[in-house]
Design a binder for this molecule. Structure first.
Ligand code: FE2
Length: 282
């Protein structure tokens, strides 16, 4: 059984684990803190999503654990490679499962719950959920994929806002604790070049209402479009509704150049939203 005590012990282990990295790598603390904050916010997002689907208490607590630990591999990844690009370093989801196993974190849980947590973490960042017979693993993977996307949209739209408003020389302290430091944060842009280019195969995926493959990205605009195309991969009406209410996509569009490619994407996204939002019962 999952208890409140277990959840509390995971939260304090998480804080201790993150603090070790901050102490050992003070120069990297800004991005370590951004990721730690993301883990906590994803945890809140996934709880709200789970509750919207009327899951029971035990299942809600299970989602909370998946949310908190889904990116636990990011800290080791960033400390070792100073990038969040898996292709330039290592698969951060696999790293996360390694970290949890090395530290015997999930030992108090049933084998079934451990399997759900490990597999949901492994499946959270793949382009698609790999073929899987266990329906509960598929279900919890869908939950974390939606919650993660919702909070990444929050994170990057806050980042683009700060980036445009504040000069690069502003220090982290001056920019305040709420968001990333003023100016650029190349790690959040996967070190992609910020020019006006949009790759044709990225646009083509969106025209086909498909998610964009990470390998197709060549520019920061491509990455922004990849994140916009996550819309097509949302699994629950609740998530589309939340995305719409938070206006995350409009905020990303505001940072893109105005040209016929971007206009085409806007058209497709608006049509998709209209078709899906109609079905909501308010
Ligand atoms: Fe992740």
């Amino acid at each position: 059984m999952i208890t409140k005590n277990i959840i509390d012990s995971y939260k304090s282990w998480f804080d201790d684990y993150v603090n070790q990295f901050i102490q050992q790598y003070p120069d990297l603390s800004e991005n370590i803190e951004i990721k730690a904050n993301h883990c906590k916010k994803v945890s809140s997002e996934i709880i709200a999503l789970a509750q919207s689907l009327n899951l029971n208490n035990e299942e809600v607590m299970l989602t909370e654990i998946i949310g908190l630990f889904h990116d636990i591999g990011r800290f080791r990844q960033f400390a070792k490679y100073q990038t969040f690009s898996d292709s330039k370093s290592q698969n951060h989801a696999e790293l996360g499962v390694e970290v949890l196993k090395e530290n015997n974190i999930l030992n108090d849980l049933s084998m079934e719950n451990q399997e759900i947590i490990y597999n949901s973490i492994l499946n959270h960042s793949t382009a698609k959920i790999p073929p899987e017979k266990n329906e509960r693993i598929v279900f919890f993977s869908k939950l974390i994929r939606d919650a993660d996307k919702l909070d990444i949209w929050r994170l990057i739209t806050e980042y683009y806002m700060v980036k445009e408003q504040k000069p690069a020389r502003l220090s982290a302290k001056q920019a305040g604790k709420a968001g990333p430091a003023g100016g650029e944060n190349k790690a959040l842009e996967l070190e992609l070049p910020d020019n006006d280019e949009i790759s044709d195969n990225v646009l083509e995926s969106i025209i086909n209402k498909q998610v964009v493959m990470k390998e197709s990205m060549k520019t920061l605009n491509d990455f922004k479009l990849l994140q916009i195309a996550w819309l097509f991969d949302l699994n629950f009406d609740y998530s589309i509704k939340r995305l719409h209410e938070k206006k995350y996509l409009d905020k990303i569009f505001n940072t893109l150049p105005e040209n016929h490619k971007v206009n085409k994407v806007k058209e497709i996204v608006n049509e998709y939203l209209e078709n899906h939002i109609e079905t909501f019962t308010y």
